[in-house]
Design a protein around this ligand. Sequence first.
Ligand code: ASP
Ligand code: MG
Length: 401
Amino acid sequence: MALIVQKFGGSSVANAERVRNVASRVVETMQAGNQVVVVVSAQGDTTDDLIEKANEINTNASKREMDMLLAAGEEISIALLAMAIEKIGASVISLTGWQAGFKTNAVPGNARIDRIDTERVQSELDKKNIVIVAGFQGLDKYDNITTLGRGGSDTSAVALAAALGADRCEIYTDVDGVYTADPRICPNAKKLDEITYDEMLELASLGANVLHNRSVEMAKKYNVRLEVKSSFEKVPGTIVKEVTNVEKMLIRGVTRDNDVARIAIIGLEDTPGIAFKVFSALAKYGINVDMILQSVGRNGTKDIAFTVTKECLQKTLEVLENLKDTLTYEEVTHRDDLSKVSIVGAGMTNNPGVAAKMFEALFDADINIHMISTSEIKVSTLINVANAEKAVRVIHDKFNI
Ligand code: ASP
Ligand code: MG
């Protein structure tokens, strides 16, 4: 008998018909001789709607009360799904995140799971129940309800699979797997049968919105076998695991991320410690910097350009403004009409021509590159957002993925 954790996202439980569909899939898995734990998200746009409701009352509500409100979305889903399963005649119980033993740190709105006390879930499984657990939520050490950050139900599911020692964790969603590019912008995109944790992690954080990136981190850490599948069609999905056949395909995917803003500090004094001064000040405010480019010094000055998410742009400009007394520079410029287009694939370091081939594809399409960054398994370019979709297509074609 296998223990399977199944996670269904918001679109998979968006209305009564879909809840019934999920219920029958869950019961089928149980009837095939498995123990089943199900993690669900809030229905459809419920979380967004709740945020809007909060904003109508108080746009500055405390994070604690926001978590109290948002956690309600998942609680609706678990009860409805349990009712649908009851109707089929199987034994089932729904549990909130805290009933299921999710203990998190005390960071409301973006909490991390510290541990999961699995006794309750385990005892319900022993009683032959299907166990439905609310994703996205937990309890901090002060007994406050916390949420894990947007999209956090994936992380709930993987964490629970790890804590229970489940045989696998199936993530059901409205796409039928992980693709080599977003099929909506690249009609030639292909579904991947397998992908490594590291590659998936890059794809997840580079804007392929299939999985919450913390869920992939966690799957890698605890070696949880993940499967991304369609909740509507019964076709094989994509398996995420440690090792795959890397010879077969070098480039796993092309992604774009439009959530980027670039800041350039022009005419900085060219002395030691400048980069340290700038980036430690940003770090102090929790601003995550992504790509960084420093120019060659000339006439005793240099330029530093870097990217942050759009949300951090304003704060970054303020921090730099406040550094004016201790830092000499001519001016700070910024743009937010850019996109980061990247290729991802393990084994890139051993294939020197990969980056050149990507740049050639962009050159052929007359697309200018503003910044470049590389790592062992990715090459990223910063280009104008207006060119982003075209860039994904031409790069995808160039590599003939
Ligand atoms: N309901 C939450 C959200 O919309 C969590 C999730 O869907 O995973 O972000
Ligand atoms: Mg999601």
